[in-house]
Design a protein around this ligand. Sequence first.
Ligand code: ATP
Ligand code: MG
Length: 264
Amino acid sequence: MATLEIKNLHVSVADEEANQPKEILKGVNLLMRTGEIHAIMGPNGTGKSTLSETIMGQPAYQVTQGDILLDGESILEMPVDERARRGLFLAMQYPAEIQGVTNAEFLRAAMNARRTEANQIGVMEFLTTLDHNLALLNMDEAMIERYLNEGFSGGEKKRNEILQLLMIKPAFALLDEIDSGLDIDALQVVSKGVNSLRGDQFGALIITHYQRLLKYIVPDVVHIMMDGRIVKTGGAELAKQLENEGYAGLRDEFNLSVDLMDEN
Ligand SMILES: Nc1ncnc2c1ncn2[C@@H]1O[C@H](COP(=O)(O)OP(=O)(O)OP(=O)(O)O)[C@@H](O)[C@H]1O
Ligand SMILES: [Mg+2]
């Protein structure tokens, strides 16, 4: 079993207008184990993507306090590629386009990065795994010879993130709004992909706004993030409650400001 632990995490970004850093995460605590699926829900702008980008090591996000531990070891000083090598994976809310690198080249390099020098993946094994996963995701083979995400539709990008996930098989996947912009069929396909990885070698943190994704990928734990903190943690029923009641009750409960309510 692997663990990913977020301890009292405070994160700031440079705020050019104010000419001083702006604090986004204000003390986040979270413990995940492989074998578990966690979901994070919360209003726009509360820091969900900031959390996932910070865990992955995006340099724009500055950790000012707290720690991120993978199997008990701090990863704060590690660059993104080292974090990926150790088993972290981020499906971004807005996947980037990479010119000049085909999807297939990217996938093979990413898979090999997780393996030792002596155990690099062979062509046949790569193609067999790829065929299997393309079929699982109902994806067109032509997609893999295209440059990464270049000209992909929104839904194609999301589906492609899941293809990467299935090929790379990380220990922990951070899935940021993997359901946004998906049609009903794609939502089911993407969910099938994530569910196929479920097991004691895999954990996921799913960021979503909607209960509908969590109908297909039933989470073990649901966290509500508001104003840079996790304010409530519960089981799958918490997502249903939220869908019915919205965030208003929680704001009252946690005395969050009226400004924040207006923003969202
Ligand atoms: N690189 C950045 N530079 C400046 N501000 C940032 C940066 N990244 C995030 N922020 C700010 O931090 C806050 C939290 O943003 P974040 O993207 O983490 O929210 P979110 O919870 O993912 O929202 P959404 O549900 O809309 O995706 C926002 O006010 C955003 O403008
Ligand atoms: Mg976001």
